[in-house]
Design a protein around this ligand. Structure first.
Ligand SMILES: *Cc1c(COP(=O)(O)O)cnc(C)c1O
Length: 419
């Protein structure tokens, strides 16, 4: 697509965008003068759909009017409420319904998955992560190693080449060739939070499996952003939060994926509670534990319905739009953003996110010369909401559901004056 660097052109792109009206379905925060923020942090906390309040109010009312009977009598009975989310969530990550459940929070899910899938032996126990993995993932992996009695330095880092920012799959291959016999598991961020790089999950799964390693993916920055095709990729497990691109509210519940090939494996060690016990006999309360099939077999507790209501409100929008249409707009929107930044032609900033749209989601990570944090501060003072990540990056995510081409144009105009 041929872009133009003008305000009028950005408005033309909005006029031609069949998804532009979805912006009206979200609350866009404003400054004290009532001027809309230019919100570029949907990768950190997605904005609130206007419908969310109604979905939550429905549950508050059913609780007020029905008390405990709401488990069966609510408009959407609470007992099976999580099932309302499954099909829609499965489509978002390219999974089969049996492979997906919404429960707990992201890091908790990673731990529960590692209970089942990180099965180290005396000689094959090491774990591969990206060198700039999200801190929570690193801590989770370190604590699992410690829990199993292995030194914390049993982590192998998949690093960018010296002087580069992005990961090269060939380097992962080299690690596995050299040390595959000692590696039990790979836990990789499918879309790296820092650079925005979207990795080839299918290749990672194939490389890991060739060396008998379990392969897990953190999709916190992928779910609702790119299509990871989890089932087809063949990865063993994955987890993601719903408060970033999935717009489900601060601290909302997380998704969990376990590949169908493990759906009926009752021998996998796992933690148990009444919610992963067979639904048919759960309320007999006396039965020996009988684990459920598929991803539901990792649940422990009856879930918080108010949080699930917010997820349901958001998934209704994703379901209506579909990931294909969303990706199509996202590639254009981020492409326009990239074009405009490059038009500034400043040596003080550099985009480190891959140039190939197939290797990134909507986020662009802008590296700032001399790690000058004041640029981020000035953007914020000008109502441009981005985030700063140490050591030297401003992350900006134009999200296709509620950011416009005009937002992108205005943002870059402000950035240009600040440089
Ligand atoms: C956001 C994010 C987390 C946050 O974990 P919570 O358990 O939801 O607090 C973890 N890992 C990655 C890669 C993230 O992007």
């Amino acid at each position: 697509m041929k872009y133009q660097n003008s305000h009028a052109f950005s408005k033309q792109l909005d006029a031609a965008d069949s998804l532009s009206h979805y912006r009206n379905q979200f609350h866009i925060p404003k400054d004290s003068n009532g001027k809309n923020w230019l919100y570029f942090t949907g990768n950190s906390l997605g904005l609130q759909p206007k419908a969310t309040k109604e979905y939550i109010n429905q549950e508050l009312e059913d609780w007020a009017n029905l008390g405990v009977e709401g488990h069966f009598e609510a408009k959407n009975p609470w007992l099976n409420y999580h099932e309302l989310l499954t099909d829609k969530m499965a489509k978002i990550v390219g999974a089969k319904p049996i492979e997906v459940v919404v429960m707990n929070t992201l890091t908790t899910n990673l731990h529960l998955l590692m209970v089942s899938f990180y099965r180290p032996t005396k000689t094959k126990y090491k774990i591969v992560i990206e060198s700039d993995a999200f801190p929570s993932d690193r801590y989770a992996v370190q604590s699992q190693l410690k829990f199993h009695g292995f030194p914390e330095d049993s982590i192998i880092e998949w690093k960018p080449k010296k002087g580069e920012e992005l990961l090269d799959i060939a380097d992962l291959e080299t690690i596995l060739e050299a040390q595959g016999n000692e590696i039990a598991m790979l836990l990789i961020g499918g879309v790296n939070y820092y650079t925005g790089q979207f990795l080839d999950l299918k290749k990672i799964a194939a490389l890991g499996h060739a060396k008998d390693c379990v392969v897990g993916i953190d999709l916190a920055h992928g779910a609702g952003n790119i299509q990871p095709n989890l089932h087809e990729s063949g990865v063993d497990f994955a987890a993601w939060c719903t408060y970033k691109y999935l717009n489900s509210g601060p601290g909302s519940l997380a998704g969990l994926f376990v590949h169908e090939k493990h759906a009926n494996n009752k021998n996998l060690p796992r933690f148990a509670g009444w919610w992963n016990h067979n639904k048919a006999t759960r309320f007999n309360m006396r039965m020996p534990f009988d684990v459920m099939q598929g991803a539901e077999g990792w649940q422990l507790s009856n879930p918080p319905i108010l949080s699930m209501a917010a997820i349901l409100a958001s998934l209704a929008i994703f379901d209506e739009v579909g990931m294909d249409a969303l990706r199509e707009k996202s590639e254009k929107l981020t492409g326009y953003f990239e074009y405009l930044i490059n038009e500034i032609g400043s040596d003080d900033i550099k985009i480190i996110t891959p140039k190939n749209p197939k290797e990134r989601g909507c986020q662009l990570s802008i590296q700032v010369k001399n790690a000058d944090k004041s640029l981020h501060k000035k953007l914020t003072e000008n109502n441009v909401i981005t985030d700063w990540r140490e050591p030297d990056v401003i992350r900006c995510a134009p999200t296709p559901l509620y950011n416009s081409f005009e937002d992108v144009y205005k943002m870059v105009s402000i950035l240009k004056t600040l440089l």
